[in-house]
Structures are given as structure tokens and as C-alpha cells.
Design a protein around this ligand. Structure first.
Ligand code: ACO
Length: 384
């Protein structure tokens, strides 16, 4: 490298931007820890409320702490008529992720602590956002289907209440556990694109609502959180499971990406996808109709992709591959997959902001200019 050359990392690949105690990913071993706890144990033994506390406060809660945190979430669940009106005006014409980002942005107008950037106020805002985003997603689902808002039921836990507000009836235990699992698995994942977007916005000392709105915007894309909806769309396009291999063959030959596969950090099986896979095979084997068909398609696609690109290219299933058929089994429409992801990830986004702000430094990377310099300005009438 001489004086004129710079080292450019396209997509910031391999660049560390901060120290953190929130999350560790070992992409080679396929391991993930939230605040030191392996994802497998949190998925098996914890709940979304407990994981949210762990991420936001830094340690697992004692029983009284968890009870009080769950109460705070319940107190903050309901949304105002103004937010309902915003959702209603957009729900049937915009994608739920677009409605969600608008509603979350609008929530800022109702938070009396919006401009208080103290750690205590930011923690309270994070709790409000965590409580209300799930309600907003359920309201979007209802209003999109032309139905009325259902008020939260404070006798229910976070995941159970979400399904109640979405469907109008209390989910069975298996569905409630699955939604809770999805919230746990989606709660945090290091400095991915949406967390980085959150941090970039937050680093300007914009408020938490602005930062979280940025996170939602970045999560929407099919290369990131939007891959869950895109993977299901692909499985539905394949239709008959017998078409799977030809579809994938053609897609790879056309240099298309297969949604739900590959990851910047994991070069092996995503541990979250592994956890979901066991649910997936269990539910798939007991299901009929569309879920059965989707299960067969997904398993054929997984086999072929691993044979073709697994060990050789480090492209394995990620968390977004198996979730679609499971959500369909649970009664969640495809356009709500990514909004649910956001309603869980708000905890990780907030945890990173809370950690970063005390030693805040604005993000301001460089780009390497390769254009011309000192061009002569030509009057508009003289330009050829
Ligand atoms: N299907 C087919 N080929 C793929 C896939 C895939 N899903 N993913 C990567 N590749 C190939 C690329 O075409 C590229 O090949 P090349 O070197 O011959 O050009 C190579 O693998 C490297 O891929 P990049 O896109 O450069 O890798 P990057 O680290 O930048 O991207 C990403 C990671 C965005 C996740 C990518 O794997 C992808 O687009 N996957 C599909 C979308 C997806 O599932 N996203 C969700 C990720 S998990 C999450 O964000 C919640």
C-alpha cells in the first residue's frame, strides 16, 4: 500500500466498530451467546420477557425483578387512538414494515421523556418501545385484514398476548411457546445491518425513537430481516415439492440468491436455524395441507443447498429459512414475519444504544474518492 492507496472494506466486512458485552457470535463454531448465556439454553428455558430484561439490564432477573419488569411491559402495552389512526390509514396500502416504522416514529410524539438522553430515561423508553411494538404489529395485522383493534389482555404473557391481539383468541400452549421462541431467537444478534443503522443514528445523539426507526428501516430488506418473508415466498413459488431441485438449480445458474441461506458471520449452520429446525421437523411431520407441502419443499431445498454450497462455500441455512412454514402453522400471515422480528430486536437495538451512548462517538467513516477534481464550472447555457 503506497501513500495514495487506502484499504477499503466494502460493506464494512471484517471491521470492528465497538466493544460490547451484549452479544457474542462465533461464526465458525456456529455459536451465539446473549450476555454470555448460550442461545440454546435461553431458547429452552427462558422467556422473551426474561431475555429482554437480560439484554436491557445486563443480567438475568431475580423473580421479583422479572415480575416487576413484566408488569412494566403490561402497563405500557396499549397504544393511543392517534397511533391506531395512523396504522388504520396505512395498513391496507403499505407493507407492514412501512406501517411499523411510521407508527414507531409517531410514538416519539407521545413520549414525555423523548429528549431526556439520560440512561434511566432511555431504559424507560426502551421498555415502552418493547411493550408497544408488539401491540402495533398485532394492530397492523388486524387492520390489514379489515378487523378492529383488540386491546391487550394483561392476564397474558408477552407472546401469548401478541397472538391474542392478532387473532382475537388465546393461542394454544404450543403456538404461544413458538411465538415466544421466535421473540427470544430474534431479540439480539450483534452489529448486523439494522443494529448498525440504529447505532449510526443514535451516535448523532438523535433520540431512541429515531434510532429504532432507522433499525426498522434497515431490517426490512430481503438481505437482512426481510429474508423470512422472501424465503416463504420462494417456497410458495416452488409449489409442488418435486419442483424444488429444478427451481434451485435454475436460480443458482442465474446467480440468484436463495433466501434464508448464507450469512456474513456464520460459515456453518446458524445455531438459531438449528433450534428452529427441530420445531420445524416436528410440526411438519404432524401437519397437513400447506404446512406439510412447505415442510417438504424446505427440507429438499435445505438438502440440495447444503450439498451444493454448504461445506464448499460456507452457505448454510440461517434463522430466516425455517421460520415461514412455522409461522403459517401458527396462523401468522407472511407480511408480519419481519415486523415480529423487529418487535423482538428492539430489545437488542436498545441494549446496544444503552451500551454505546455513555462513551458516544459519532460514526463517520471515510470513502475513497475516485472521481475528477478541479473541473471548470460551465454556465448551463454553454454545456454541450
Ligand atoms: N444463495 C446463493 N448464493 C449465495 C447466497 C445465497 N443465499 N448467499 C451468498 N451467496 C454467494 C454469493 O452469490 C457470493 O458468490 P460469489 O462469491 O460467487 O459472488 C458469495 O456467496 C458471497 O456472498 P455475499 O452476498 O457477498 O456475502 P455477504 O456476506 O455480503 O452477504 C448475506 C451475506 C446478505 C446474508 C447473503 O448470504 C444473502 O444474500 N443471503 C440471502 C438473504 C438472506 O437469507 N438474508 C438473511 C441473513 S440472516 C439475517 O439477516 C437475519
Amino acid at each position: 500500500m503506497n501513500g495514495n492507496e487506502v484499504k477499503i472494506s466494502i460493506g464494512l466486512e471484517g471491521i470492528y466498530i465497538a466493544e460490547t458485552k451484549v452479544c457474542k457470535i462465533d461464526g465458525i463454531a456456529g455459536k451465539l451467546w446473549y450476555r454470555g448465556y448460550p442461545i440454546e439454553s435461553l431458547a429452552a428455558d427462558s422467556s422473551f420477557e426474561e431475555v429482554a430484561y437480560l439484554l436491557l439490564y445486563g443480567s438475568l432477573p431475580k423473580k421479583t425483578e422479572l415480575d416487576s419488569f413484566a408488569e412494566q411491559l403490561k402497563k405500557e402495552r396499549d397504544i393511543s387512538d392517534n397511533i391506531k389512526m395512523i396504522i388504520k390509514s396505512l395498513a391496507q396500502k403499505s407493507h407492514p414494515m412501512d406501517v411499523l416504522r411510521t407508527a414507531v416514529s409517531a410514538l416519539s410524539s407521545e413520549d414525555p421523556e423523548l429528549t431526556d438522553n439520560s440512561p434511566e430515561a432511555n431504559l424507560r423508553k426502551a421498555v415502552r418501545l418493547t411493550a408497544k411494538m408488539t401491540t402495533i404489529v398485532a394492530a397492523i395485522g388486524r387492520m390489514r385484514a379489515g378487523k378492529d383493534y383488540i386491546k391487550p389482555d394483561n392476564s397474558l404473557g408477552h407472546a401469548e398476548n401478541f397472538m391474542y391481539m392478532l387473532s382475537g383468541s388465546k393461542p394454544n400452549k404450543e403456538v404461544a411457546k413458538f411465538i415466544d421462541l421466535m421473540l427470544v431467537l430474534h431479540a439480539e444478534h450483534g452489529t448486523n445491518a439494522s443494529t448498525f443503522s440504529t447505532m449510526v443514528t443514535g451516535s448523532t445523539l438523535a433520540d431512541l425513537y429515531a434510532a429504532i426507526t432507522s433499525g426498522i428501516c434497515a431490517l426490512k430488506g430481503p438481505l437482512h430481516g426481510g429474508a423470512d418473508e422472501a424465503a416463504l415466498k420462494m417456497m410458495r413459488t416452488i409449489g409442488d415439492p418435486a419442483n424444488t431441485e429444478k427451481y434451485i438449480e435454475d436460480a443458482l445458474a442465474g446467480k440468484q440468491k436463495i433466501m434464508g441461506f448464507g450469512h456474513r458471520v456464520y460459515k456453518t449452520y446458524d445455531p438459531r436455524a438449528k433450534i428452529l429446525r427441530s420445531w420445524f421437523t416436528d410440526i411438519g411431520s404432524k401437519s397437513s395441507g400447506e404446512v406439510k407441502t412447505l415442510t417438504e419443499t424446505a427440507l429438499r431445498a435445505e438438502k440440495m443447498m447444503i450439498e451444493r454450497l454448504g461445506a464448499s462455500h460456507g452457505i448454510w441455512p440461517n434463522i430466516d429459512f425455517f421460520s415461514g412454514p412455522l409461522y403459517i402453522w401458527a396462523g401468522v400471515p407472511a407480511e408480519l414475519f419481519t415486523p415480529i422480528f423487529a418487535a423482538a430486536r428492539v430489545t437488542g437495538w436498545s441494549a446496544h444504544m444503552l451500551e454505546y451512548w455513555p462513551n458516544n462517538k459519532i460514526f463517520r467513516p471515510l470513502d475513497h474518492y475516485t472521481g475528477q477534481l478541479d473541473l471548470k464550472y460551465i454556465n448551463i447555457n454553454d454545456r454541450k
